[in-house]
Design a protein around this ligand. Sequence first.
Ligand SMILES: *Cc1c(COP(=O)(O)O)cnc(C)c1O
Length: 389
Amino acid sequence: MRNTIELAERVKHLPPYLFDKIDKLKKQARGKGVDLIDLSIGDPDIPTPVHIVEALKEAAHKPEHHRYPSYEGMPAYREAVARWYKQRFGVSLDAASEVLSLIGSKEGIGHLPLAYVNPGDVVLCPSPGYPVYAIGTMFAGGEVHLMPLLESNGYFPDFSAIPDDVLKRAKLMFLNYPNNPTSALCTEEQFKSAIDLAHKYNFIICHDAAYTEMYYNGKKPMSFLEIDGAKDVGVELHSLSKTYNMTGWRIGFAVGNSDVIFGLGKIKTNLDSGVFQAVQEAAIAALDTNEAALAPLRDTYRARRDILYDGLKSIGLEPMKPDATFYMWTKVPKGYNSESFAVALLEKAGISATPGNGFGAAGEGYIRFALTVDVHRMQEAVERIRKVI
Ligand SMILES: *Cc1c(COP(=O)(O)O)cnc(C)c1O
């Protein structure tokens, strides 16, 4: 007879993982033979650049890479990160104490609360937002306080709306610009206001910078660490996933405040054994990529963006035109909510997109389209949506 195997409370009480639900609906559609246009997941459809793949091939042959890597990353990788930060943002980093390799930035987000959050501590999380901020908090026993990102506040938290007693218990705040799912950018003044608040209430800021390299109007998004005082209060997490089409490779990094880097490292050294060194070598090749080589990628996304944006506008929808990220945050038409519109798109048009409320209650009334199909499919997607509404 099988034992009764109970899930832990922390797992039982998890909200359903957003993409699980979408995946099930997509599977059903595909099962029925629907020619699905998938605009639901933030995963580039374009392969990793060849010079990065070649660097992996070469590195994979080296026996020294076949042994355990160090959890914090090879010195050469951390130095490449520091070099990239200096050249891209003008920010100086000490490779030994201010840079840590991550198995993708998701890993860093999930583990950071374990290093700093005690039961009863508050973690300030954007809503809508990347789901791992709140889930990492819950795994650590912390209390999530959601900060709504609304059109009316420029998709930046209204700090004056956070009660003083919540701020007093706050240990950590997550921010993410360019933002997933809204694509919003934030200003230097907004970052400054967050740093001032973190000083006043003594909490850590973790800025998730996964999308700083996906921009389309020539104006490069800034790093949180460019702001005076940022390193006194926090860290920035980066990912090679979106910039270099490397989601499957699982590599990213945390940079900034050396105490926070140390704390996150403490967790990692006890839980993981770092990133395959050949992947780190390939990541060095990625970070050393000539800026000019990324221009065609940006052109590709810009062309898709323009087709979807013009198309949705012509149908009477209200998309936000992204200057960065590869997401189009769009109000659902009258008579629908996020979920019913996502279901209608799937069932009537064979298009999967992500309901905004899946990123948090404040995302209700929106849907997120990812720019992850080529211009022809994008044009077809527009025509199919036209028929639904
Ligand atoms: C994709 C994404 C990540 C995760 O990136 P990985 O480095 O692949 O783990 C983190 N944050 C946001 C906002 C993302 O959209």
